[in-house]
Design a protein around this ligand. Structure first.
Ligand SMILES: Nc1nc2c(c(=O)[nH]1)N[C@H]1C(S)=C(S)[C@@H](COP(=O)(O)OP(=O)(O)OC[C@H]3O[C@@H](n4cnc5c(=O)[nH]c(N)nc54)[C@H](O)[C@@H]3O)O[C@H]1N2
Ligand SMILES: Nc1nc2c(c(=O)[nH]1)N[C@H]1C(S)=C(S)[C@@H](COP(=O)(O)OP(=O)(O)OC[C@H]3O[C@@H](n4cnc5c(=O)[nH]c(N)nc54)[C@H](O)[C@@H]3O)O[C@H]1N2
Ligand SMILES: [Mo]
Length: 776
């Protein structure tokens, strides 16, 4: 990718202030009102081109200028027609008025229905910054007021979290740092990457990363002679410079391939019997399944070929290659964000165990090396400070992906990680730092569910679809309008986020909004702890446990300080490998559970006691729609954030989100590049702009997430989405009764050429406002 124009700017640093974002630290030149220029932090080896979108985002015409209330809600909540959400105009109101309304609603719902009737639906990324972290601020405020129903796990790797805790006793390898890139470069000979190593994904880090290094490490590994194999439906999932072999696989079929690799390994007698006996339990049960003792179907390479589309001979050869040399198995997070997403992780762990390299330098298994900046890096000795949310008096919680189901079915129950949860009856939805019209699957079902809630409150800097479909909208500042400190997960830099410009319009900090609301509720002392922004930043900075850091004032003056890093430590699982009895895992057996009695006892129809193949719910012989839709992370933005910035806009095809299609699939439908198409299934339909390419496997179409939801008829379930938001097509079921993770990658669709005039988009301008006077 060519260097973005801002990289060439050379001006005196004195005029520049420093700040940070999920896509990296940067310096900005401003005139106090406007951000004029942005350039990456000079210590960043691989700065993200997305930094160029910051000025446009901060000064976007899509900023929310003042507090607003939906007209019908303002006229009377109980009589208001909830189907008008997203259609009816908003009435701008004063801050005093809006705070009184929100405070009154919170008190009313708590009194009448209990605190469990309030759902904090923001399970999103919000913005970088340890203090002004919108989601943590909201959780702390709601907890001080009596609690709220919260969510469990996450969209990113919910299935992986639950499964790994059960079978290796911890989900730490998902969060990182796992086996270091240094160890891979030095010791691995082969790195087999399921879901690839996406170069654009590793630009991102929750909380920011001041020095991106994943690509440099990949280059070092390549130069050291590591051979890379990328297994995914999209060729470009592996950076071109790795010269990787591409094994094109049908999405959702990795479990079949992994079981076949294991089957071939055992059939050729190359499995590590000693490791399996010393460090694992349950290999025999798995072996019976692999041999087909009970179902008559050996899980051989020939069996898998028909499921995953990888030739049997290549599977057999790969099994031998993996056994003959130091091999690292890398699993993207995407694999488990699919129907039965627990299975590819369990099957890969079983394969790694049979290869017997777990705990050896550069061997074994790891997760997310192409998903996020931090994975494989050396950890700083001190961890990032976090704003404490405090105790939540409400015990109710739902897996993040089940939010719509909860709103549709109050009182219904579901299984989660061996427990039975009961959905509370939600009356008030409070969103601060997440965008359900981005993150949730099946947006037409979301629109239906939305109608079951009496009041929807949204804090947002921008007119996102969630704000447009709310009742009460509070304009929030962006991080560049306030002071904060950034210290991303496992980043070794602490960055002063120095306020760049004054709050735009009438925007206020989430913290200040919650201070006023807690004052009205009588909980301000508890919420703010007597501190203002400056006091909080000093307190959080002081919590960083690293004696080498300068005092706060010196840190603020310098702008960036570095934490000490751990020496290159022991390989993950090395101690366990050496002596599993003295260093057991936190599993019931103390060993790797290839068969889990505890999971088996749950008796789930969709997650048995060992890894096994389940055909995707809508694929195979059940397929009503011929194409498999992969909706991966966007290269040009973070989720829905920065979608109206120049980098994302430049990637659109005729203003629509691009959809990648194989030439064979395009020709048979009379489609060529730059056509606008309708992507559809029985859940919904959206428009998209075609790019025909043989980088995708035939039968697969790929659309990134995060095109802002733009309905042809706002508020109407089933309406055509005209921009290209794939979540009108995805299903919102859980991975299984075990983890209830997201299945975003499992949608089936059809694509047809759009022959009617292409409708003009509406999301680049604010919604309509009522001409009636603001009601003071
Ligand atoms: N189809 C499909 N869907 C997916 C996925 C997929 O792979 N495919 N991936 C899933 C995953 S892994 C994730 S993590 C989710 C991400 O989903 P989200 O995290 O919900 O997505 P974002 O667009 O980052 O939403 C964050 C929102 O916070 C707002 N915000 C930013 N800063 C502030 C602030 O200071 N204050 C306030 N009040 N608001 C702020 C932003 O404007 C934005 O609207 O999406 C999930 N959805
Ligand atoms: N630029 C950018 N980077 C991001 C984000 C962003 O929004 N923008 N979001 C961040 C977040 S919140 C997260 S959780 C991570 C997610 O990290 P991942 O889950 O690793 O990322 P994805 O891009 O969704 O998926 C990576 C690739 O997996 C492949 N894939 C999909 N399904 C399958 C399958 O069934 N089998 C195989 N073998 N491959 C498959 C797809 O071709 C896809 O390109 O990314 C983070 N990084
Ligand atoms: Mo995520």
């Amino acid at each position: 990718m060519a260097a973005p124009p801002f990289l060439s700017v050379t001006k005196s640093l004195d005029l520049w202030r420093i700040s940070s974002s999920h896509w990296g630290a940067f310096r900005a030149r401003t005139d106090g009102r406007k951000i004029l220029e942005v350039r990456p932090f000079e210590g960043d080896r691989e700065p993200s081109p997305l930094l160029a979108s910051i000025p446009a985002a901060v000064h976007s015409p899509n900023r929310i200028a003042s507090p607003c209330v939906r007209k019908g809600w303002l006229a009377g909540r109980d009589a208001s027609d909830r189907t008008q959400r997203g259609r009816e105009p908003f009435v701008p109101v004063s801050w005093d008025k809006v705070l009184a309304l929100v405070s009154g609603e919170l008190a009313r719902v708590r009194e009448r229905h209990g605190s469990r009737a309030i759902f904090n639906g923001a399970c999103g990324w919000a913005s970088a910054g340890c203090f002004h972290h919108a989601r943590a601020q909201a959780a702390r405020f709601l907890n001080c007021g009596g609690g709220h129903t919260q969510h469990l796990t996450n969209f990113s790797f919910g299935a992986g979290m639950v499964l790994l805790k059960r079978v290796i006793g911890t989900d730490a390898p998902l969060w990182g740092p796992g086996t270091s890139w240094a160890s891979i470069a030095e010791h691995s000979k082969l790195m087999v990457c399921f879901g690839g190593l996406r170069a654009t994904n590793v630009q991102m880090e929750a909380g920011g990363c001041a020095d991106h290094a994943s690509l440099s490490w990949m280059r070092r590994a390549r130069d050291a002679g590591v051979r890379f194999v990328g297994i995914s439906p999209l060729r470009t999932d592996m950076p071109g410079f790795l010269d990787a072999e591409w094994i094109a696989i049908a999405p959702g079929s990795d479990t079949a391939l992994l079981l076949a690799l294991l089957h071939e390994l055992v059939a050729s007698g190359r499995h590590d019997r000693d490791f399996l006996a010393r460090c694992c339990v349950g290999f025999d049960a798995l072996l019976r399944y692999l041999r087909g003792d009970d179902d008559g179907a050996p899980k051989s390479a020939h069996w898998a070929e028909h499921i995953c589309g990888v030739p049997a001979a290549r599977i057999q050869a790969l099994a031998v290659e993996m056994a003959m040399q130091r091999t690292f198995i890398s699993l993207g997070w995407s694999l488990q964000r699919a129907d039965f997403g627990e299975q590819p992780y369990w099957a890969a762990l079983s394969l790694a165990a049979a290869l017997g390299q777990v705990g050896l330098p550069g061997g074994g298994i790891g997760f997310g090396y192409g998903s996020i900046a931090r994975q494989g890096m050396r950890a700083p000795r001190a961890r990032a400070p976090r704003l404490e949310a405090g105790a939540n008096a409400v015990p109710d919680a739902v897996p993040a992906t089940r939010a719509i189901d909860m709103l549709c079915n109050p009182g219904a129950s579901l299984t989660f990680d061996g427990r039975t949860l009961v959905y509370p009856d939600i009356r008030l939805l409070y969103l601060c730092g997440g965008n359900p019209f981005h993150h949730h699957q099946d947006l037409n079902r979301l629109l239906e569910a939305w109608r079951n809630v009496e009041t929807i409150v949204v804090h947002e800097p921008w007119w996102t679809a969630s704000a447009r479909h709310a009742d009460i909208v509070l304009p929030a500042t962006t991080p560049f309008e306030r002071n904060d400190l950034a210290c991303g997960s496992l980043d070794r830099h602490v960055v002063a986020m120095q306020r760049l410009v004054a709050p735009q319009g009438n925007a206020r900090n989430d913290f200040d909004i919650f201070c006023d609301l807690s004052e009205m509720a009588g909980t301000r002392e508890q919420f703010a702890a007597g501190l203002d922004e400056d006091g909080w930043l000093r307190q959080l900075y002081a919590k960083i446990d690293d004696a080498s850091l300068p005092g706060f004032d010196e840190f603020w003056r310098r702008g960036v300080v570095e934490l000490g890093v751990e020496e290159e430590g022991e390989e993950p699982f090395a101690a366990f490998r050496a002596d599993p009895l003295r260093a057991p895992l936190s599993t019931p057996s103390g060993k790797i559970e290839l068969f889990s009695e505890a999971i088996d006892r749950l008796g789930l129809a969709d997650c048995a006691g060992h890894a096994r193949w389940y055909a995707p719910r809508e694929g195979g012989e059940h397929a009503c729609f011929p194409l498999h839709l992969v909706s991966h992370q966007p290269a040009t933005r973070l989720h829905s954030q920065l979608d109206d910035g120049p980098v994302s806009q430049a990637s659109k095809v005729r203003d629509r989100e691009p959809v990648l299609m194989h030439p064979a699939d395009a020709v048979s439908r009379g489609i060529v590049s730059h056509d606008v198409v309708r992507v559809h299934n029985d859940r919904g339909a959206c428009l998209a702009g075609v790019i025909v390419t043989d980088d995708v496997k035939p039968g697969v179409v790929v659309m990134a997430t995060g095109a802002r939801y733009d309905p042809l008829e706002p508020g109407v379930p089933g309406t055509l989405e005209i921009h290209g938001n794939p979540n009108v097509l995805t299903h919102d079921g859980g991975t299984s009764g075990l983890a209830q993770g997201s299945c975003a990658q499992s949608a089936r669709v059809e694509v047809s050429k759009w022959l009617a005039p292409v409708p003009a988009m509406t999301l680049h301008r604010p919604p309509s406002f009522s001409s009636i006077q603001a009601w003071e």
